[in-house]
Design a protein around this ligand. Structure first.
Ligand code: A3D
Length: 320
């Protein structure tokens, strides 16, 4: 049986971490691609040399030519520029849109049957542009953000309640970061919703608000600490979870930036919603009923994503 092939487009901080995790989990053979000469080759060699200690048999290689990704089952895209202190995700739009055009052409030519996970920021607009540039089916192109945002939320909640991270679930909707919509009533500790935990005196409403705001600002907090780049361990782990669900047809229910064609009243945009990820890619978008406050926050988030897509069309009119 042939091994799966995983192509990592962009071999920077997240790309390298993705390669390491994909190797550790033996998800398949791994190709690192980048325009920077030597970077993907160097990382592939370094990680290959960790295999004897870790005991994995994935084959890793690095390349500067798109032909190396030929026949990939999964492509994870991190190519582009990351945030520096003081930059918003949206500041990256112009530069990274051009990168998505090249990446989309490369995937279209060499890996048209792949499941594509985009991580490049500003996420919701870049994944939308990448689907259009690549021409791949909409259910096979998805953005990673919700798994990371909900992961951050879960981490802060587990700390607040002093319980295992495994027993904390979190539900987030909407765009990545600032306009993320956490749904407290669907976020739980072992099935007990957060509003009930407030009633039970486990935390206060104010503290919960503080945690939600810290989750929204989670990326900026790390950018501020690192000073030279943005988060990479948790973003990589989040995308690997999505890739694994596809490759193993696990049908995990994960919050992803998925293409909406009417769900939640949104048409032809990528927004964070709960999805089932299996062998068919995004097999189902789960539509839940929102209350008034949640709907308002979701609409605001959609509005901000729409603004980014408009800005993309301003730069690349062929996206329309
Ligand atoms: P970084 O370490 O700079 O890696 C980016 C890599 O892309 C570099 O190695 C570049 O050489 C390469 N690159 C640049 N242009 C091209 C091109 N045209 N073709 C191929 N490769 C190219 O960044 P990173 O790995 O830390 O972050 C990558 C992206 O992920 C950035 O846009 C971040 O903003 C984004 N990011 C998203 C999240 C989400 O949750 C959505 C979280 C963290 C980072």
């Amino acid at each position: 049986m042939a091994r799966n092939k995983i192509a990592l487009i962009g071999s920077g901080m997240i790309g390298g971490t993705l390669a390491h995790l994909a190797g550790l989990k033996e998800l398949g053979d791994i190709v690192l691609f980048d325009i920077a000469e030597g970077t993907p080759q160097g990382k592939a060699l370094d990680i290959s040399q960790s295999a004897p200690s870790e005991g994995f048999d994935s084959r890793l290689s690095g390349a500067n030519d798109y032909s190396a990704i030929e026949g990939a089952d999964v492509c994870i895209v991190t190519a582009g520029v990351a945030r520096k202190p003081g930059m918003s995700r949206d500041d990256l739009l112009g530069i990274n849109l051009k990168v998505m055009e090249q990446v989309g052409a490369g995937i279209k030519k060499y890996a048209p049957n792949a499941f594509v996970i985009c991580i490049t920021n500003p996420l919701d607009a870049m994944v939308w542009a990448l689907q259009k540039f690549s021409g791949l089916p909409k259910n096979k192109v998805v953005g990673m953000a919700g798994v990371l945002d909900s992961g951050r939320f879960r981490h802060f909640l587990a700390e607040e309640f002093n319980v295992s991270i495994e027993d904390v679930t979190a539900f987030v909707l909407g765009g990545h970061g600032d306009t993320m919509v956490p749904l407290a009533r669907y976020s739980t500790v072992a099935g007990i919703p957060l509003p009930d935990l407030v009633k039970m005196g486990w935390t206060s409403k104010d503290k919960l608000e503080e945690i939600i705001q810290r989750t929204r600002d989670g990326g900026a907090e790390i950018v501020g600490l690192l000073k030279t780049g943005s988060a990479y361990y948790a973003p990589a782990a989040s995308a690997i979870l999505m890739a694994e669900s596809y490759l193993k047809d696990k049908k995990r229910v994960l919050p992803c930036a998925a293409h909406l064609s009417g769900q939640y009243g949104v048409k032809d945009m990528y927004v964070g919603v709960p999805c089932i990820i299996g062998e068919g890619g995004v097999e189902r978008v789960i539509e839940i009923e929102l209350n008034k406050t949640e709907q308002k926050a979701f609409d605001k988030s959609v509005e901000s994503v729409a603004g980014l897509c408009e800005a993309c069309i301003g730069i690349a009119p062929n996206l329309k």
